[in-house]
Design a protein around this ligand. Structure first.
Ligand code: KIV
Ligand code: ZN
Length: 516
């Protein structure tokens, strides 16, 4: 494929995706996702915002160490301290990119930055030059480009390309643009920035009006050759353009696009499951490509047509995006080696024999309750082991639930807090409600429950239930997850996991709220 025909896939699940409320990930979780993205042949992985906190810095550094085939990118405002921190975090990377940005719309320059346009250009150029001290691979974004004056964009883009930016990324930060308008903006930029041939034009679209994918595709049709996207469309507010939709739209409609990505699409479903599992953001069943119903034909007429010739109703093949591939099943009799091998294929590496043994013991427990163990079960198992491996204050010790028609359910729970056991019983509208009340009587967490959701990880009544709980305390939001074949146990694990996360997370700087 010639350079002209390549569509660069820049995944920002670990950075913009992490800006979804409660979706913050640990360093280990980021490395697991990064490995899955690398296996899928994503070109650039934006691993985080190193200046945000010590944890973010370390996470970017860990991803930089773990990844060798994809370029690893760190975000930095157009500030010396941000750029130096990103440069430092990316030192171990085989191929590193610094992504620096500053807002360019009139409203952002006046109200947020309180800077004159000339000062913004000066600061952008300075940032790109400073970033060049660390790597030649520099990306610059004029934040809120979708509401910026095109003439101002012509000037600032020319200046940053001259200063050494090799990628210029056009964000529709607030998801305001319409597809024809955004495509036209990209065309204008390519035509009017005098040195546009010296940089790759990229786009980064938010989904506030549900147009992130359409806007990105319109940009590609008009010359953009990098798309920034996230797995499952995760991201700030309504999210970013979904990677799986962009990649499959371009590949399926090669009659319309003169470019394609190098992505191994058969890894898409595994990646989607992994991200949903780690972040606790489930995928809706009717979601394109990765939703459980995306390839399910319900109506008799459709089923009949597909059986006669699948092209009658299918524009893509389920197996091409990873459905039903990689579903080697493990069970009660599977040995340690098969278990380890399958997890290695899923990108999970154990840091010690002890960790492997512990996860294998959990696998055996699960296999006693459930005949067939699928990849999704394994992912959930590893996530749970990781969650428990962290320094956690609360642990579930025992749970007894009594639920009977005509009676109020009662839950008796024993937990340990700082290694001291406590026990409490409570009644509630249902067994989960009773259990949460019992926990609260012991911990008095002063949190608000914002979300409680249950999903089955695989099909069948012996499937594990995966519960996500979102708790808010004094403006901080966390998602807790738990999985078990018993959904009350899964619910209690999820609640305790969220409480532990609240204990561990500290305030982080948000890239776009802080002023420059
Ligand atoms: O949405 C946005 O503008 C961003 C930038 C930092 C690229 O995420
Ligand atoms: Zn964004």
């Amino acid at each position: 494929m010639s350079k002209q025909d390549k569509l660069i896939i820049f995944d920002t699940t670990l950075r913009d995706g992490e800006q979804s409320p409660g979706a913050s990930m640990t360093g280990d979780e980021k490395v697991r996702i990064a490995r899955a993205l690398e296996r899928m042949r994503v070109d650039v992985i934006e691993a985080g915002f190193p200046i945000a906190s010590h944890g973010d810095f370390e996470a970017v550094q860990s991803v930089a160490k773990a990844i060798s085939d994809s370029t690893v990118c760190g975000l930095a405002r157009a500030l010396d301290k941000d750029i130096d921190r990103a440069g430092e975090a990316l030192k171990p990377a085989n191929s590193a990119r610094i992504h620096t940005f500053i807002a360019t719309s009139p409203i952002h320059m006046q109200m947020k930055l309180r800077m004159q346009p000339e000062q913004v250009i000066e600061q952008a150029v300075r940032a790109v030059k400073r970033a060049r001290q660390y790597t030649d691979n520099i990306e610059f974004s004029p934040e809120d480009a979708g509401r910026s004056e095109p003439e101002f964009l012509f000037r600032i883009l020319e200046a940053v390309i001259d200063a050494g930016a090799s990628t210029v990324n056009i964000p529709d930060t607030v998801g305001y643009n319409l597809p024809h308008q955004f495509g036209d903006l990209i065309k204008q930029l390519i035509e009017n920035v005098p040195n546009s041939d010296k940089a790759v034009f990229s786009v980064h679209c938010h989904n506030d009006l549900g147009l992130a994918v359409s806007n990105s595709l319109s940009a590609v049709l008009n010359g953009a050759r990098q798309v920034e996207c996230t797995i499952n469309g995760l991201g700030e507010r309504a999210g970013n353009a979904a990677l799986e939709e962009i990649v499959m739209a371009v590949r399926t409609r090669q009659d319309m696009f003169s470019c394609d990505s190098d992505l191994d699409a058969t890894q898409i479903v595994t990646c989607s499951r992994l991200v949903a599992n780690i972040t606790g953001f489930p995928v809706q069943p009717n979601k394109s490509i990765v939703g459980a119903n995306a390839f399910a034909h319900e109506s008799g007429i459709h089923q009949d047509g597909v059986l006669k010739s699948r092209e009658t109703y299918e524009i893509m093949r389920a197996e091409d995006v990873g459905w039903s591939a990689n579903r080697m099943v493990l069970g009660k009799h599977s040995g340690r080696n098969a278990f380890k091998t399958r997890l290695a294929e899923l990108g999970v590496e154990f840091s010690s024999e002890e960790e492997l043994n512990d996860t294998f013991a959990r696998f055996k427990d699960l296999a006693d309750k459930k005949h067939e163990i699928f990849d999704e079960d394994l992912q959930a198992l590893v996530t749970e082991s990781n969650l428990e491996a962290e320094n956690e204050r609360y642990k579930l010790v025992a749970l007894k639930v009594c639920s009977e028609t005509g009676e109020m359910p009662t839950s008796s729970i024993t937990i340990s807090a700082d290694a001291k056991e406590m026990q409490c019983s409570a009644q509630g509208g249902g067994p989960v409600d009773a259990s949460y009340k019992a926990i609260e009587e012991m911990v008095h967490s002063d949190t608000q429950l914002q979300l409680y959701s249950v999903n089955n990880i695989t099909s069948g009544t012996d499937s594990q239930g995966e519960v996500t709980v979102r708790l808010e305390k004094a403006g901080r939001i966390v998602n807790g997850q738990g999985s078990d074949t018993d959904i009350v146990v899964a619910s209690v694990k999820a609640y305790i996991n969220a409480l532990n996360k609240l204990e561990q997370t500290s305030a982080r700087e948000h890239p776009q709220s802080a002023d420059v």
